[in-house]
Design a protein around this ligand. Structure first.
Ligand code: NI
Length: 210
């Protein structure tokens, strides 16, 4: 048997270092988790910016709307686009049904649809689109820069997906996430759009009991 098998030597030499590094990583992780647990519940991960933020967008009637336009309300924010063939209509239908199921408690909530396709989704297009789901659903659009900024704040991914040679031959890839935001603008939770009953229950448990 060789006295000094190189791979084994390497293991003997580096294993303690690796173990030490692992311990250091675990300590750092535990430390940051402790740090996070001591932070106020601002919806932020300790390592990144909070989800959400101020925005200024255009409503269906052409008026400017910000995150503070519905005082005292929770915002249920969803990003999509009106030409979306499947996910957006399914999610918005679920949201509207869930709010119906919440009855009077839904008065605490303002559902907001923000388009990621401002080129085609003019205020009027968005207005007609959301009205088809529910009169209580707000539809917002903006300049490409405004949309890019609010999407960044909410960490929403979106991208043009070309489907043909024409300028309007495209769909939008986009993340489909429902964000519940507190009246003070802080992130509360991601709400799964599942069945209306499940979605309603998920929202209800996040609302103050009163
Ligand atoms: Ni969609």
């Amino acid at each position: 048997m060789p006295a000094d098998d190189p791979p084994m030597t390497a293991v003997r030499r580096y294993a303690p270092i690796a173990a030490g590094l692992l311990v250091a990583v675990l300590l750092l992780t535990a430390g940051s988790m402790l740090w996070m647990s001591q932070q106020p519940d601002d919806g932020a991960s300790a390592l990144g910016a909070p989800i959400g933020g101020p925005f200024s967008l255009t409503a269906g009637d052409g008026s400017r709307v910000t995150q503070a336009s519905w005082p005292g309300k929770y915002l249920l924010v969803y990003f999509g686009y009106t030409f979306c063939p499947d996910v957006c209509p399914t999610t918005l239908t679920d949201v509207v049904s869930a709010l119906d199921k919440l009855g009077s408690r839904a008065a605490r909530i303002q559902p907001v649809f923000i388009t990621v396709d401002p080129k085609r989704d003019t205020p009027e297009v968005v207005r007609q689109y959301v009205a088809a789901f529910s009169p209580r659903l707000a539809g917002l659009t903006g300049t490409p820069d405004e949309i890019a900024q609010v999407a960044r704040e909410y960490r929403v991914y979106f991208a043009v997906h070309k489907t043909g040679p024409g300028p309007d031959d495209y769909t939008m890839d986009h993340s489909s996430i429902l964000y519940l935001m507190a009246p003070d603008g802080k992130f509360v939770a991601v709400i799964r759009a599942d069945t209306p009953d499940a979605t309603a229950a998920e929202i209800a448990k996040r609302l103050p009991q009163s």
